[in-house]
Design a protein around this ligand. Structure first.
Ligand code: GAP
Length: 441
């Protein structure tokens, strides 16, 4: 394998060293599958959410947003099928008590942890976290932390239709946390116990559902390309009937070639009328829609696009990570799309003497809402390397000539080329750089 290729170890180390991602509660030993975002991770995740929304808003299709509760009553999760279906097969080693997902290992072979071959029965383990709502023991009721954001959309479908001016076909989108008590969280941000989802539920007439299923698969693939993910590391995987989830009539995954293999990045599912029908049956409420043309009521079909913020974040890091050789030295660089990069521009005074000129420039750009960093300590070479490593596409160096002629040096991360530009041209250059073109194919 190429010694300069990204590995999970390198990414985990970079994320910690530079303040993207920390193990949660690390000083107490941490909990597997729980992570916190540091300053750079927080900025980058904000960019991911903004771009996802932009990718929906630039289309003609109508999409509204909601922000639902994280905890849901047992009745909701019974209706959705999560209480009976949302489990993974689990098995324990009887000797060392190590626990595995039964589909992750071969039970014909010894335990990878202790080398013995004494397995318990395989049993189903429900992935939902339970909690109690209400202060009085005995009177409190069991509720669940949502394992997906989608159900909050379905139970609000009628509320949204009657309170907004939307008409079928339209989408309800939501960004928010989801929780799954994964048996073996692994591969850093790939499989976590607490993560964030960006989900679009697209409601349409049954007769148009196949058309929209194909439409959204294409749109989501175009989104991945527009935010800079390498085309050759993306592919589509259509699920065979036996792979489908309990709610799905058809699912296509956008897969990415991670350092640990091809895996799902985003799922696009044709959910048919499964969810609305289930919620109608269990709640007794009518969630049908009246069609003015046919004068009949019908249950809309749903096409779902679902991607994890954290998984997309990991994908972008894997895809952008390079180790280049420059002047005989290896530099680590994140070739993130400028609109994704946590810092757009770094202001670097060549020496402390340029502070009085450089600092107001930093403040001005910050007030104009650019993501800017000011760094005045250390050699200029070291400061460039640090910015390369966190993916900053532009460095502005203020030098001895800057105060005299109002010009600065603009350094490009990928080519390391430098050019001289005047202060007044900076915003226009940054704006051009930050533009994303959501391709239409
Ligand atoms: N509403 C459909 C649904 O939740 P899913 O395939 O279970 O479908 C959708 O999840 C997306 O959410 C995945 O493609 C992935 O991007 C993200 N995701 C799911 N489980 C995750 C986990 N344990 N950690 C991080 N991201 C996860």
């Amino acid at each position: 394998m190429d010694a300069h290729a990204p590995t999970l170890e390198k990414l985990v180390s970079l994320c910690k060293r530079r303040g993207f991602i920390f193990q949660s509660a690390e000083i107490y030993g941490g909990v597997t599958g729980l992570y916190d975002s540091g300053p750079l991770g927080t900025l980058m995740k904000e960019n991911i959410r903004r771009l996802w929304k932009e990718s929906l808003n630039h289309l003609e299709q109508e999409v509204v947003y909601i922000d639902g509760a994280l905890i849901g009553p047992e009745a909701l999760w019974k209706a959705s099928g999560h209480i009976s279906n949302f489990h993974d097969p689990m098995v324990d080693c009887m000797v060392c008590k190590h626990r595995y997902r039964a589909d992750d290992i071969s039970l014909d072979k010894p335990c990878p942890h202790c080398g013995n071959k004494q397995w318990t029965e395989v049993r189903d383990f429900n992935l939902m976290f339970t909690t109690q709502v209400g202060a009085n023991t005995g009177q409190s009721t069991t509720a669940y932390l949502r394992p997906e954001t989608a159900q909050v959309v379905f139970v609000n479908f009628k509320n949204v239709m009657s309170s907004s001016r939307v008409k079928i076909p339209f989408g309800i989108a939501q960004i928010g946390k989801a929780f799954r008590n994964e048996i073996t969280p692994k591969q850093f941000l790939f499989r976590m116990r607490e993560f964030e989802q960006m989900e679009l539920e697209w409601f349409c007439k049954p007769s148009e559902s196949n058309h929209f299923y194909a439409f959204w698969i294409l749109q989501r693939m175009l989104f991945m390309r527009a935010i800079g993910i390498t085309k050759e590391r993306l592919r589509l995987h259509g699920h065979a009937p036996e792979e489908l989830s309990h709610y799905s009539r058809g699912t296509s995954d956008i897969e990415y070639q991670y350092p640990f293999g091809w895996k799902e990045l985003e799922g696009i599912a044709h959910r048919g009328d499964f969810d609305l029908t289930q919620h109608m049956q269990h709640s007794g409420k009518d969630l049908k829609v009246y069609d003015e043309e046919t004068k009949e009521s019908y249950t809309p079909h749903v096409i779902e696009c679902s991607v994890g913020v954290d998984r997309l974040f990991l994908t972008l890091l894997c895809d952008a990570y390079y180790e280049d050789e420059i002047d005989g030295e290896i530099r680590t660089v994140l070739r993130l799309h400028p609109a994704v990069a946590p810092i757009t521009v770094a202001i670097l005074p060549l020496t402390k003497k340029q502070h009085d000129f450089a600092y107001p420039l930093y403040k001005k750009l910050k007030l104009a809402d650019y993501s800017v960093e000011y760094d005045s300590s250390g050699s200029i070479g070291k400061r460039y390397r640090r910015q390369d490593e966190i993916g900053t596409p532009f460095c502005i160096t203020v030098d001895f000539d800057s105060p005299a002629d109002n010009t600065v040096t603009l350094r490009h991360r990928d080519s390391t080329k430098q050019e001289r530009i005047s202060l007044e041209d900076i915003p226009a250059r940054l704006d051009a750089l930050l533009k994303i073109s959501f391709l239409e194919e």
